[in-house]
Ligand binder design. Structure first.
Ligand code: ADE
Ligand code: ZN
Length: 333
């Protein structure tokens, strides 16, 4: 089993997917043409997204978002993304939604965007059998003031579809403690919490996310491997890592799949899960991630089933939804 195709039928749970980052380049090109926006600079000769490094990736990502201007654009985007995920065998996905990228960041219109996203998710559940929940993400390099406004959006729409809050963006901008207010606000609204850390920041960034933001999940977190005491802490606390190996390799964090620490983290008892982050940017799919790990680390179907159970247990959702996800992963005989 070494091809994405080999893993297509295996039911999967994905906890770390950026809605805009999952936009197929053709989808963004079509919207750009419809709106007469020149985005030619962000594509390579074969039509994929082109970027040199992480900071440039963030710029290209934000340029692509400029054509996502109306709730209808987000309705179409959500349907396209969920169809793509369902084709890869994903049965439940948690997608980061960034009010800051909705129609140029006019947060007063957040409820309209969210209604369009929710409608599309309901239709996708009917048409493709995939369920989705939204994790509102603030953007670190947009600063603490924006994060507070974004957290208020999340808190005001918490419950039902919106089940979590997180932070993405440039880990080099500010420190987790600058975002404590936003995370406190989200926690008080009953939202599950996750933070991107230990991707571009070292182990100290993971510690800071745990200590200052009190998250139960970490986006990436892979650089925890550089600190044995931290690895032990993650294992003991049951903190869940949303690991996206293909993203880390495409962005140059690790040279190749063999060098990636996901297996070491798992073997040390850390709860790892697998996700794609921004699949079209990194030419990946969840099935392709599984296939690469099968090829390079010898993981097999039973390994992936175990990781999917961890993901289902860690999903930000209510008890009935979790039971439904677990049942769709492994139907009762
Ligand atoms: N936004 C989208 N992808 C991201 C990543 N890998 N790191 C931080 N922010 C992101
Ligand atoms: Zn991410």
């Amino acid at each position: 089993m070494t091809d994405a195709e080999d893993f297509r039928a295996l039911p999967k749970v994905e906890l770390h997917l950026h809605l805009e980052g999952a936009a197929p380049p053709g989808f963004i090109r079509r919207l750009a043409a419809e709106k007469s926006v020149d985005l030619s600079g962000i594509f390579d000769a074969r039509g994929g997204y082109a970027f040199r490094d992480f900071r440039h990736f963030l710029q290209v990502y934000e340029a692509a978002c400029t054509v996502l201007q109306t709730p209808e654009d987000f309705r179409r985007l959500t349907r396209a993304v969920l169809e793509q995920s369902a084709e890869a065998g994903v049965i439940h996905t948690e997608a980061f939604l960034s009010p800051d990228f909705c129609g140029g960041g006019d947060l007063s219109a957040w409820r309209e965007y969210l209604a369009a996203i929710t409608d599309a998710a309901t239709e996708a559940q009917r048409d493709f059998g995939i369920t989705m929940r939204g994790v509102v993400a603030c953007i670190r390099h947009f600063g603490p003031d924006k994060s507070r406004a974004t957290a208020r959006c999340a808190a005001e729409t918490a419950g039902g579809f919106i089940t979590g809050f997180g932070i993405a963006g440039d880990e080099g901008a500010g420190a987790p403690r600058d975002f404590t207010w936003a995370f406190d606000c989200a926690r008080e609204a009953g939202l599950g919490l996750t933070a991107h850390a230990g991707e571009w920041g070292g182990p100290e960034s993971v510690r800071a996310a745990l200590d200052d933001l009190c998250v139960t999940r970490i986006g990436h977190g892979v650089r925890a491997i550089e600190d044995t005491a931290l690895v032990d802490r993650l294992a003991e606390s049951g903190t869940v890592l949303e690991v996206c190996p293909g993203s880390n390799i495409a962005l140059g964090l690790y040279a190749d799949w063999r060098a990636h620490p996901v297996a070491k983290l798992r073997d040390a008892g850390v709860k790892v899960t697998l996700s794609t982050d921004d699949p079209p940017f990194f030419h990946t799919s969840l099935g392709a991630e599984y296939a690469a790990l099968a090829r390079t680390h010898g993981w097999d179907e039973s390994d992936f089933r175990a990781l999917n159970r961890i993901a289902a247990e860690a999903a930000f959702c209510d008890t009935a939804t979790r039971a439904d996800i677990l049942n769709r992963l492994e139907p009762a005989p």
